[in-house]
Design a protein around this ligand. Structure first.
Ligand SMILES: Nc1nc2c(ncn2[C@@H]2O[C@H](COP(=O)(O)OP(=O)(O)OP(=O)(O)O)[C@@H](O)[C@H]2O)c(=O)[nH]1
Ligand SMILES: [Mg+2]
Length: 178
């Protein structure tokens, strides 16, 4: 477990919001990156806020929000004040119009909407579009040029690489390895 210096107090914890359209894999991402995890997802659909304590970094907390637009108010609550965003897209079914709407809701409540990485998830599916295509889709529709990682959340593939990029390259966290 690595700690990020100067962030020992509760207020200084790094909050990462995990957003994206319904069924993209947000809850799976939070669960895989966490050692302590809770979710409110009856029948697999998140209606509350997923919460995870990151298994790699002491000071990092992951907040997963619902993907269904019916729960916009919960999206805002869960993402409010986040230091960074993981934007999860199902590469086989990107639901890009919903993604645009979700980003437009969330960008107004986070600290800096440019602190974002995209997870082009479900790369294991035969009809998944490659990460570069998802990057371009997000750029042309959502209007953001975000670092994009191919992921398979159910296997944990690509998740730590994407989180590390968000923390250290995009947000610019300092890291202490002992
Ligand atoms: N094949 C495949 N399935 C995945 C992957 N990631 C998640 N899933 C599956 O996709 C479904 C939805 O995953 P969730 O993590 O619940 O998705 P979500 O974005 O939290 O869904 P909502 O909260 O309802 O919007 C589940 O059946 C997952 O097991 C992946 O990388 N590959
Ligand atoms: Mg969910």
């Amino acid at each position: 477990m690595v700690s990020i210096p100067g962030l020992e107090t509760r207020e200084d914890i790094i909050k990462v919001a995990v957003i994206g359209p319904e069924d993209a894999g947000k809850t799976t991402v939070v669960r895989q990156l966490s050692d302590t995890f809770t979710t409110v997802s009856p029948k697999g659909k998140t209606v509350g806020i997923d919460f995870g304590k990151c298994k790699y970094y002491e000071n990092v907390r992951l907040f997963g929000v619902p993907g269904h637009l019916m729960f916009k108010f919960v999206m805002k609550l869960g993402a409010r004040g986040a230091d960074g965003i993981i934007f999860v897209i199902d590469s086989a079914d990107p639901k890009i119009d919903h993604a645009v709407e979700i980003y437009n809701i969330v960008k107004n409540v986070v600290k800096n909407p440019d602190n974002i990485v995209v997870f082009a998830n479900k790369q294991d599916l035969p009809n998944a579009r490659p990460p570069e295509e998802i990057k371009q889709l997000v750029e042309s529709h959502v209007g953001i040029n975000a670092p994009t990682f191919g992921t398979v959340a159910i296997e944990g593939e690509g998740l730590k690489e994407g989180l590390d990029h968000l923390l250290f390259e995009v947000i610019g966290c300092d890291v202490q390895t002992e």
